[in-house]
Design a binder for this molecule. Structure first.
Ligand code: FAD
Length: 306
């Protein structure tokens, strides 16, 4: 229930205005690398000593074309910098289609696809890849169609699937062919029981079923979880399917279980950190709060002592 309330607040423009108008709080800085390109590049450089990275220029639910164009421009700038500074071989980017125009009133899918194509072309030129984040279930079909369209010219484009959705095991089967890159996560959105498993136990069991399909498939499974039990199961399934360190990867969020990240990387596993930056951190930050009640208490205390 708490998670539902936090995720509802995450969609409120009023709450967003109040929270984002304050200074960039150190608490936000636990989950978000900063607001500027320099902040992102500095964090990438720090992490790249032992980990891989996927950078997200924050933004979602873009309501006008200029905003979407601005986000594309930011990705293009960042990719050039990553290449110039010799960091692109360890760093890809993640994009949200709603940031690129998927929710605009007219020609939304075409605008988002064209924008994503520009980001993919820049990533290809920099020698790296793009993964398309997954948002709430009302966008799943359109997002997967866009990934299919992108893969015609950029076959390395990655997709994200959420084990909380009932459809996901079937989507994993569709997407586990040669060359595919699929990030499997639990899902960060509050979804109705008609389309989603609603208990943690069911979501975890679905995660394992999906993982089995991806590990037995021919693509690259990207296992995005901080859950130690699921990490262990992923390792067992990778070994059972003769996958070496380059044939799958673990992914975790910036600021979440950083010690586990370095320990797993030190064991020789490929660990990629999802690193968000930018001024539009509110929605992302609220989803992180919703995942863990302790985060919320911490946030409330910090606000009260301002
Ligand atoms: P949980 O059961 O939520 O957490 C397991 C343990 O991890 C917790 O007990 C706690 O110790 C720790 N933990 C987890 N979250 C937090 C937190 N916020 N703060 C502190 N500790 C925490 N979701 C989408 O819907 N679409 C996406 O495109 C997407 N991309 C992602 C990319 C990456 C690389 C990762 C790691 C996650 C992504 N997610 C995405 C979020 C994901 O769906 C989950 O909401 C999130 O990862 C929490 O689930 P969990 O698997 O870590 O399991």
């Amino acid at each position: 229930m708490l998670r539902t309330a936090v995720l509802a607040a995450a969609r409120s423009p009023l709450v967003r205005r109040v929270v984002e108008s304050g200074p960039f709080d150190p608490l936000v800085g636990r989950f978000v690398a900063g607001t500027r390109d320099d902040d992102a590049v500095a964090a990438v450089r720090r992490l790249a000593t032992d980990r891989y990275i996927t950078v997200d220029h924050l933004g979602e639910d873009t309501t006008d074309r200029a905003q979407a164009d601005g986000i594309v421009a930011a990705y293009l700038r960042l990719l050039v910098r990553l290449a110039d500074e010799g960091l692109a071989h360890r760093t890809e980017v993640s994009v949200k289609l709603s940031a690129l125009g998927q929710r605009l009133p007219v020609d939304a899918d075409k605008i988002a696809l064209d924008a994503a194509r520009q980001v993919c072309a820049a990533a290809g030129a920099a020698g790296t890849t793009v993964t398309v984040d997954m948002e709430d279930h009302t966008t799943t079909d359109r997002t997967l169609q866009t990934v299919r369209d992108l893969r015609v010219d950029f076959p390395w484009t990655g997709a994200v699937l959420q084990s909380q959705l009932r459809r996901t095991e079937a989507d994993c089967r569709d997407l586990s062919g040669p060359g595919s890159r699929v990030r499997l996560c639990k899902g960060a959105y509050d979804e109705p029981a008609s389309v989603a498993f609603r208990t943690a136990h069911e979501v975890d069991r679905s995660f394992v079923r999906c993982l089995r399909v991806l590990m037995e498939g021919r693509g690259l499974p990207m296992v995005a979880t901080h859950d130690p039990r699921l990490v262990e199961i992923a390792r067992v399934l990778a070994a059972r399917n003769d996958r070496g360190p380059a044939d799958w990867e673990l992914q975790m969020l910036y600021g979440v279980r950083p010690r586990a990240q370095t320990e797993l990387a030190a064991e020789g596993l490929r660990m990629r950190v999802y690193l968000p930056y930018g001024t539009e951190w509110f929605g992302y930050f609220m989803r992180r709060l919703g995942e863990r009640p302790a985060n919320l208490a911490f946030f409330a205390r910090a606000l009260l002592t301002r």
